[in-house]
Design a protein around this ligand. Structure first.
Ligand code: ATP
Length: 232
């Protein structure tokens, strides 16, 4: 289980997070949603420790192991994987080389065969340069690359952005399969309706704090909450 306590993060004078608290249950999908600038990306960056210098206060625990004093590579070795919004596919490398690169150091996760079973499209295109894939395929490669390491928690920043609904359907199926393997997922999404339909739990952020923490179903059934924070 991932436990986030009292996260504070600032960029110069801008307070991006002002006390974020929530828990993500093992093997659950937690949707983190909220208006622009609410602090969603900052929360993922703080959890994965890529924004280390700016973390003012707060604790991050993964199965009782403290992560808040770790560097990002240590958090990654402990089982966290961030798939950032821009996907960071490495140019000049094929699909398979991108995957193999993720496996050069332990902890090594899924084998290439297992990854290709989940992503047959990547298998077909394994010799193609990663950056020439379509947007949806690049998102799949970015998720596959996270699974190539032995992870407990998958942190996804706007995985549906710019993708056609039919491709989002495919990504959702993949995320359900990943969930069935016991991996904990935190899904940051602008597309709140899609995120809530897939998620077990929902956290709504606004101006750097948590304004709702409950089940995804509760949000879908609460018109007031939806109108106030999600404009849906
Ligand atoms: P969006 O949905 O628009 O992507 P978000 O909820 O992900 O927004 P964040 O990107 O976490 O929000 O930003 C939270 C606040 O922190 C915003 O006010 C943003 O302008 C500020 N911020 C984020 N990154 C930086 C940075 N590198 N330098 C300065 N301010 C930043």
């Amino acid at each position: 289980m991932l436990k986030i306590e009292d996260l504070h993060l600032s960029f110069g004078g801008i307070k991006a997070l002002q006390g974020v608290n929530f828990e993500a249950g093992a093997g659950e999908i937690t949707g983190v949603i909220g208006p622009n600038g609410a602090g969603k990306t900052s929360t993922l960056r703080a959890i994965s420790r890529v924004s280390d210098p700016e973390l003012k206060r707060g604790e991050i625990w993964l199965d009782h192991q403290p992560l808040h004093n770790m560097a990002s590579h240590q958090a990654s070795a402990a089982g966290l994987a961030l798939v950032p919004e821009d996907r960071r596919i490495i140019s000049g490398l094929t699909v398979e080389e991108n995957l193999k690169l993720a496996q050069i150091a332990p902890p090594i996760g899924w084998s290439l065969d297992r990854i290709y079973e989940l992503f047959p499209r990547l298998k077909e295109r394994r010799k193609q340069e990663g950056v020439t894939l379509s947007g949806g395929e690049q998102q799949m490669l970015a998720i596959a690359r996270a699974l190539a390491r032995d992870i407990k928690v998958l942190l996804l920043d706007e995985p549906y952005e710019g993708l056609a609904p039919v491709i989002v359907d495919e990504i959702e199926k993949t995320l359900s399969l990943i969930k069935s393997q016991g991996i904990t997922t935190i899904l940051v999404e602008q597309n709140a309706v899609r995120a809530l339909k897939l998620a077990d739990r929902a956290v709504i952020l606004d101006t750097g704090g948590v304004v709702f923490d409950g089940t995804a179903e509760e949000v879908l059934n609460n018109a007031e909450l939806r109108a106030e924070y999600l404009a849906i």
